[in-house]
Design a protein around this ligand. Structure first.
Ligand SMILES: [Ca+2]
Length: 533
């Protein structure tokens, strides 16, 4: 929590290249073993968590499970740690929180997780955000404890839930309706071609699928299909081939808003930080996936290996900036971390000069007039520059953050905003002096322009209303008028004054077409009027 605890001090990419990609989807922590769940029009992405301090290859340091949510597949909100080894009193307490999966059933949420060497446990909660508790006080699966890892759970259309798991073999059980016990035996399936670990069991259309981490190492993603939830399974090939810049993999597959997605992970972020050091510090990635008409799956290219690793996925729906948006909602970021916030949820910390957060597809509509930021600073603060479309893009506002007397002493700072209309990527650019932490950031919100200001109205040409009736001309203006002239079709000009008068008698004017010139400051408008016709 100290200002210098940041682990990502160096910008390793050109700012100009960041607009295209969002893989890996979390840059503030190392995440692995993605387990997406669709609930309430939202994607809940549960992940395991590789510690920043993990050392050599194969030396996993994992003590808790994380949650990220999105409704548009590109802007991900950090929900923090939703469960940890401490939830399982019977297991190891320092390391071994491996690949989880969460499912909703009977109005509750069940998180299955292996504790390495101790079997598979289950937690339950009334909320997908937790808190979770251990209903059993012991492991659910202890068949071959060292092999009982990577549980995947699915509830079939007839209501029967199944749990598959295992490395290097795979097994299944039928879960009872309470989701915390099972009936019948633990059944091993014939080992599938290329199968390593990390099964992901689900149904799509009328077919059952078992995707898995394949062909060690590097691991790709393979899959098998069946017409029954318990097989027999037929190996169908590779959804994704492995990449020599990566080692493990772990599929998570969902449908959301009419598209299909496959999640997995790469090692791009740890390699960008330590190019010559192999560590188990992985980063969850995401790609669109397509089924053929026979149910087979089209091959997807590897996520990529850089920071960012292109090309990511397309956004589905825009982000609304006129509601409170948590600062920890991020499409891409540089330099920052997240931590629990004293006001609830998470905040963004480790903000230093030059760091930034990018949000994709922010819909400003007709325009924003101001910006509020919930901030705290134990030092003298800094600035949040609001830029559009790139890190050096159009500046539409700047919030000055001053010291608040503490890292968790929160206040709301505001600034005027101009020139933000329509849909743009928003870059929250952090600037300040020195090399330490500038401030913390809890949430932000734009305020919509409620009425067009006079100059905007003038530019829009809607500031002047002219009405000509028989014998009378009336002029109403939203701007202070400097000069009004009436010009006949033959070019004769009559000065009507400075605009303090708004009505004139036109008796005696020759009937016909006239041009009314109204000047207000730097803006002049010419209206065609018909008099006395
Ligand atoms: Ca927050």
């Amino acid at each position: 929590m100290t200002p210098n605890r940041k682990t990502f001090p160096t910008l390793l990419l050109a700012l100009g290249s960041i607009a295209l990609a969002e893989n890996p989807i979390v840059q503030t922590k190392f995440t692995a073993d993605p387990a997406p769940m669709v609930w309430n029009d939202t994607v809940f992405l549960y992940t395991s968590h590789d510690s920043d301090i993990a050392t050599g290859s194969g030396s996993f340091q994992m003590s808790n499970w994380l949650l990220y949510t999105t409704t548009d597949m590109v802007n991900w909100r950090d929900r923090g740690s939703i469960a940890s080894l401490k939830n399982f009193k019977w297991g190891p307490q320092d390391n071994g929180a491996w690949a989880p999966q969460t499912i909703q059933s009977n109005g509750k949420f069940y998180l299955y997780a292996p504790l390495h060497g101790q079997g598979i446990g289950v937690l339950e909660s009334s909320s997908p955000y937790g808190p979770f508790t251990d209903p059993l006080g012991k492991a659910l699966i202890t068949d071959n404890v060292w092999d009982d890892i990577d549980p995947t759970v699915y509830i079939d259309s007839d209501g029967q839930a199944y749990l598959y798991f295992g490395n290097p073999d795979s097994w299944w059980v039928k879960l009872n309706s309470n989701m915390t016990s099972y009936s019948g035996g633990v059944t091993m399936i014939t080992r599938l071609n290329t199968y390593q670990e990390g099964p992901w069991f689900y149904k799509h259309g009328s077919n059952y699928y078992l995707a898995f981490a394949s062909t060690c190492c590097p691991e790709g993603i393979g899959y098998a299909m069946a017409t029954s939830p318990t097989g027999p399974w037929t190996y169908k090939g590779s959804i994704m081939d492995g990449n020599s810049n990566s080692s493990g993999n772990h599929p998570g597959i969902i449908d959301f808003k009419g598209k299909s997605y496959v999640f997995g992970f790469n090692y791009a972020m740890t390699k960008s930080l330590d190019p010559n050091t192999a560590r188990e510090r992985r980063s969850v990635c995401l790609a669109e996936m397509t089924y053929n008409s026979d149910g087979t799956i089209q091959k997807v290219p590897f996520w990529g290996t850089g920071m960012p690793s292109g090309p990511g996925v397309a956004q589905v729906g825009n982000l609304d900036p006129y509601v409170q948006v948590e600062a920890e909602t991020i499409a891409w970021s540089h330099g920052v971390k997240t931590e629990p916030c004293s006001e609830g949820g998470m905040d963004v910390d480790s903000i230093q000069n030059g760091d930034y957060i990018k949000l994709k597809g922010v819909d400003f509509g007709a325009g924003a007039s101001s910006f509020d930021a919930r901030v705290a600073s134990a030092t003298s603060g800094g600035n949040i520059e609001l830029r559009l479309d790139s890190a050096k893009g159009k500046l539409v506002g700047t919030v000055a953050v001053t010291g608040t007397g503490g890292r968790q002493t929160w206040t709301t700072k505001s600034c005027a905003v101009s020139g933000a209309t329509g849909v743009h990527d928003l870059f929250l650019m952090f600037t300040g002096s020195g090399t330490g932490e500038l401030f913390g950031f809890n949430w932000w919100q734009f305020t919509r322009t409620t009425a067009l200001d006079p100059l905007e109205t003038a530019k829009a040409g809607k500031w002047l209303r002219v009405e000509a009736r028989a014998g009378q001309l009336s002029i109403q203006s939203d701007l202070p008028v400097d000069r009004i002239e009436l010009v006949s079709a033959r070019g004769e000009t009559r000065d009507l004054g400075t605009g303090k008068q708004t009505q004139w008698s036109t008796e005696g004017f020759t009937p016909g077409v006239y041009f009314l010139k109204v000047r207000a400051g730097s803006v002049t408008k010419v209206e065609r009027v018909l008099l006395n016709l």
